[in-house]
Design a protein around this ligand. Structure first.
Ligand code: PGA
Length: 255
């Protein structure tokens, strides 16, 4: 069985003080959660202080990006070892904002996934189509091509890989994909993973849905058989809303 995972993607939000305030409120509530893995991905500056504050807690930390080399003359970049030392177990790779705003290509994303896995950081690999691509009936082809390039030459142990299906048109727009579309694409992603990585890795990989997830719709997503949780942006910034999303997930997966 796959353990459901709810990951908060804070993007470029929250200072260290604000991140610590969030955890102060959220941690006691999340301590009662046993069947859902909870990961918070703050900006780099908050990783270490949060990891100190969360010692002994079940809440895990993730970074929002990593460089593709282990060390060297790469001004401004950050290595997997540094992220681990700062308390990260996970790292978001290939988020559509990095693809679109920062011009990250699948080649770069592939190298980052390899470097993360090679250094015991679990990637949360984001894939998803734009609105134009969906309207043109190309959603599957786009996701298939992303997975093929992003996972080229990659070997995965157990449940180390997480894939987030995040249709670009649903991110930060308030317009979520339908739970049925999320299920259909997640099943398709699992099929692709089995071709690319083998049945074992495909069966163990958590596939998340991301894009305007909120308290009102989380249950409909995590009820789907191939949707193993969510990557939550805007609705993860408020501790109360994030706690509710995690609680609803825990209740729903037991239905
Ligand atoms: P959103 O963002 O929940 O605010 O739509 C999701 C994401 O970008 O991961």
């Amino acid at each position: 069985m796959r353990t459901p995972l709810i990951a908060a993607n804070w993007k470029m939000h929250k200072t260290v003080a604000e991140a610590l305030d969030f955890v102060k409120v959220a941690e006691p509530h999340l301590a009662a959660i046993h069947k859902v893995e909870v990961v918070v991905c703050p900006p780099f500056t908050s990783l270490y202080p949060l990891s100190q504050r969360l010692q002994g807690s079940a809440i895990r930390l993730g970074a929002q990006d990593v460089f593709w080399e282990e060390r060297g003359a790469y001004t401004g970049e950050i290595s997997p070892e540094m992220l681990q030392e700062a308390g990260s177990r996970y790292v978001i790779i290939g988020h559509s904002e990095r693809r679109q705003v920062l011009g990250e290509t699948d080649t770069v994303i592939n190298k980052k996934v390899g470097n993360a896995l090679g250094n015991q950081l679990r990637p949360i690999l984001c894939v998803g189509e734009t609105l134009e691509e969906r309207r043109a009936g190309l959603a599957r082809e786009v996701v298939q091509a992303q997975l093929k390039s992003d996972l080229k030459g990659i070997m995965v142990q157990g449940s180390d890989l997480v894939v987030a299906y995040e249709p670009v048109w649903a991110i930060g727009t308030g317009v979520n994909a339908s739970p049925e579309d999320a299920q259909e694409m997640s099943a398709f992603i699992r099929e692709q993973l089995s071709q690319l990585l083998g049945n074992g890795a495909a069966g163990a990989a958590r596939i998340l849905y991301g894009g305007s997830v909120k308290q009102a719709n989380i249950r409909d997503f995590v009820r789907q058989p191939d949707v193993d949780g969510a990557l939550v942006g805007g609705a993860s910034l408020d501790a109360g809303s994030f706690i509710t999303i995690v609680k609803y997930t825990e209740e729903t997966v037991h239905d």
